[in-house]
Design a protein around this ligand. Structure first.
Ligand code: CTP
Length: 393
C-alpha cells in the first residue's frame, strides 16, 4: 500500500509505483488531500492498475474495499512522500482521514520516506516526531541530502524510487534460503497447432513469480523458467522464456544441475497436438478432430534424477484435495506438494488461477500445513519458510 501525502516529491510517486510493480509488488494507492494537490489520482490509478483511495467517509468506496479491508490487505504500508504534517499526525494517531485510519488499523510493517524542506526536517518538532515513530517500530527510509525543490540544499529530499524499492525488499529479507539455488517453473505452456494457433490454459504465472520473489527475499539465487505471461521479471531473478512443454523441459534439464530446490508452479500442458501443421490450417469439414499425445512430466523427471533437488509440486484440484494431492506426492516421488482449490467461490469470485489471492494445503511425508486464503505474495513467503524448515529437517 503506497500512501502519497502533500509534498512536491509526490511527482515521483508515479515512477515509484511503476518501480514497485516491476519488482513484483501489487500496489494500491491511498492519497491525502495534500497529496492530491501535487499529483492526480488519475495518474496513480493508471500506473497502479487499481482505483485510488482518497476519502474515509465515502459510502461507495467503503462498500468496495473499506479502510479496514485495505489495512488488512497490505503487506507493507509505505508512506512516500511523507510530509512533515503526516509525521506529526502519525505521532498523534489521528484517524480523521483515510491514511490516518488505515495506519492505525494496519498490522503490517509501516515505512515512511520523508520529503520536506531541510529546515522543516531539521526542526526539533519533526526530529522528535520521527524519533518517536521509530521507537514504535516504524521504518525510516531516508531522507537524502541535496538540492531541494525550494532551491535550498540539505537533508530532506525523498529517496529516489529505486532506493525506496530496495529498502522495501530489505524489510522482507529472511536469509532462510541463503546460499541455495532455486529453479521455478511458472505460467502456462502453449502447444502449437499451426503457426498461428495453440492450446493453452488460464495460468497467470502470479504464484510462480511470487515464489521467485519470496525465494530472492529469503536469500536464494533464482532461475525462473517462464511460459508466456504478462508479468515483469522480478529483480535479481534469472528468467528464461519458453513456450511449449518440450521447451520448458529442455530449459529445465539444461539448468537443473547444482539446483538445491525445484518448485514446479507451471501449468504445463498434459497433452500436445501429435501433428503441428507447417502452414495455417484452413477451414474444411464442419468438424475438426485433434489428435493429442502426452507431454513429459517435467516435475516427475526432475524428481527421478539421481541427485534430485528438493522437489515441490503444485496441484490444482476441484475436489478431494488431500487424496489427489497425496497421490501426486507419492506417484511423482516429491518432497512436498502444495494443493489449491481452483474454480469459483460460493459468492462467484475466482480463486486460484486468475485471482490475486489463494489458499494452499501443503503436504509432505508425515505432515501437512494449511495456509489460509491470503495475497499470493504473502502465501509465497509462508510456503518458502515451510520449504526452508523441511529442507533443514
Ligand atoms: N507438471 C510438470 N510437467 C507436466 C505436468 C505437470 O512439471 N508435464 C507439474 C506441475 O508444474 C505441477 C504438478 O506437476 O507442479 C501438477 O501435477 P499434475 O499431475 O500434472 O496435475 P494436473 O495436471 O492437475 O493432473 P490431473 O489432471 O491428473 O489432476
Amino acid at each position: 500500500m503506497l500512501a502519497v501525502t502533500g509534498s512536491i516529491a509526490a511527482y515521483k510517486s508515479a515512477d515509484l509505483t511503476r518501480r514497485l510493480r516491476e519488482a513484483g509488488a501489487e500496489v494500491r494507492v491511498v492519497m491525502t488531500t495534500g497529496g492530491c494537490e501535487f499529483i492526480t489520482p488519475m495518474t496513480l490509478q493508471a500506473v497502479s492498475g487499481h482505483p485510488v483511495y482518497t476519502t474515509l467517509m465515502d459510502v461507495e468506496a467503503e462498500a468496495g474495499m473499506g479502510h479496514i479491508e485495505l489495512a488488512r490487505w497490505a503487506d507493507l504500508l509505505l508512506i512516500a512522500p511523507a510530509s512533515a504534517d503526516t509525521l506529526a499526525r502519525l505521532v498523534q494517531g489521528r484517524s480523521d482521514d483515510l491514511l490516518g485510519a488505515i495506519s492505525l488499523a494496519c498490522e503490517a510493517p509501516t515505512a515512511v520516506a520523508p520529503a520536506m524542506n531541510q529546515a522543516m526536517w531539521a526542526d526539533a518538532a519533526t526530529q522528535s516526531n520521527i524519533a518517536l515513530l521509530q521507537q514504535r517500530g516504524i521504518h525510516l527510509f531516508g531522507p537524502a541530502e541535496g538540492e531541494q525543490a525550494c532551491g535550498e540544499v540539505g537533508s530532506g529530499r525523498m529517496l529516489e524510487p529505486l532506493d525506496i524499492v530496495s529498502a522495501c525488499s530489505g524489510l522482507f529479507a529472511t536469509g532462510s534460503l541463503a546460499g541455495k539455488k532455486v529453479m521455478i517453473t511458472a505460467g502456462p505452456t502453449r502447444e502449437a497447432l499451426d503457426p498461428m494457433r495453440f492450446i493453452s490454459n488460464r495460468s497467470s504465472g502470479r504464484m510462480g513469480y511470487a515464489m521467485a520473489i519470496a525465494c530472492i527475499e529469503a536469500g536464494a539465487e533464482v532461475i525462473l523458467i517462464s511460459g508466456p505471461v504478462c508479468l515483469s521479471t522480478p529483480e535479481r531473478v534469472i528468467r528464461l522464456d519458453i513456450e511449449s512443454a518440450a521447451e520448458m523441459l529442455a530449459a529445465v534439464e539444461a539448468q537443473i544441475s547444482g539446483c538445491d530446490i525445484f518448485i514446479a508452479t507451471a501449468a504445463v500442458a498434459d497433452y500436445r497436438p501429435v501433428d503441428v501443421a507447417e502452414q495455417k490450417l484452413k477451414k474444411q469439414a464442419s468438424t475438426l478432430t485433434l489428435s493429442l499425445e502426452p507431454t513429459t512430466d517435467i516435475l516427475a523427471t526432475v524428481a527421478a534424477h539421481k541427485q534430485s533437488p528438493f522437489t515441490v509440486g503444485f496441484a490444482a484440484e476441484t475436489e478431494n484435495i488431500e487424496q489427489y494431492a497425496r497421490g501426486k506426492l507419492e506417484k511423482k516421488s516429491l518432497d512436498m506438494i502444495a494443493a489449491n482449490q481452483i474454480g469459483k467461490q460460493q459468492d462467484g469470485t475466482p480463486i486460484g488461477f486468475e485471482s490475486e489471492q489463494n489458499s494452499l494445503a501443503v503436504y509432505w511425508q508425515g505432515g501437512e500445513k494449511n495456509l489460509p486464503k491470503m495475497q499470493k505474495s504473502r502465501l509465497a513467503r509462508e510456503l518458502v519458510e515451510l520449504i526452508a524448515i523441511r529442507i533443514n529437517a
